[in-house]
Design a protein around this ligand. Sequence first.
Ligand code: CO8
Length: 256
Amino acid sequence: MTETILTETRGRVGIVTLHRPDALNALNTTLMRELIEALEAFDADEGIGAIVLTGSERAFAAGADIKEMAAISHAEVIARDLFSTWDRLGRIRIPILAAVSGFALGGGCELAMMCDTVFASESAKFGQPEISLGVIPGLGGSQRLTRAVGKATAMDLVLTGRTIDAAEAARLGIVARVLPADSLLEETISVATGIAGRSRPAVIAAKESVNRAFESSLAEGLLFERRAFYGLFATDDRAEGMAAFIEKRPPEFRHR
Ligand code: CO8
């Protein structure tokens, strides 16, 4: 039984819904633990090939829980390494698609950016308002945001704390698709279903290769990609995928 999230499966897609309606899904310690455990459980389940992470229509998440953080001392933040549990999200191997409506602020914006791609409804609002609280982004906002949008725009957002809408977030590269609010979740699940139906070794290799671009030089990234590409020639699914194309039929991947 979870307090702060809801989970369900739709075919081969695992869905996690952030659910603290009274606090605009603010990310407290319980939510962080429950969310990471749910993601890890889906990742370990061979029946699941992709995950959709969403919130409510009003808020994906309005940031770290300020009421919880307000009482914590400097020594406690360090001793507890407050946000280190979030590092486990980076080790999830199957793709995570964020479906964002409403506020994605502070840690909520950072959580969306930790996902593998972000789809947003027209009502979504993104921002890093931590500067107004006397702090800075603490879950990669100064780093992932800068890689996504470049220095000048990252400075603009992090130093002013201003909020941007979904259209601007898409133009800047934070969001991949902007969708009507009433079809956001279904469309995201539909995309996730497509991904979950592909060959799992190829899906994992694709995710690892794109992520490698953030961790390496171009030459190293290209070598990583080439090795991963060659490695996929060892899978039955590669033979099946290419044969199916030539025979003009849908592929039947074995390793999903
Ligand atoms: N923490 C705790 N409670 C929150 C938060 C939050 N981040 N955001 C909203 N709430 C609560 C409100 O206190 C309010 O509760 P109550 O009714 O008991 O007073 C309820 O949610 C509804 O909120 P509002 O009444 O404020 O709703 P409005 O529609 O008037 O305003 C806003 C919505 C603009 C989103 C406003 O709530 C707001 O500004 N929220 C704070 C946004 C913010 O500053 N976020 C950054 C937090 S710091 C952070 O994220 C650091 C990141 C570090 C890494 C995080 C890893 C977890």
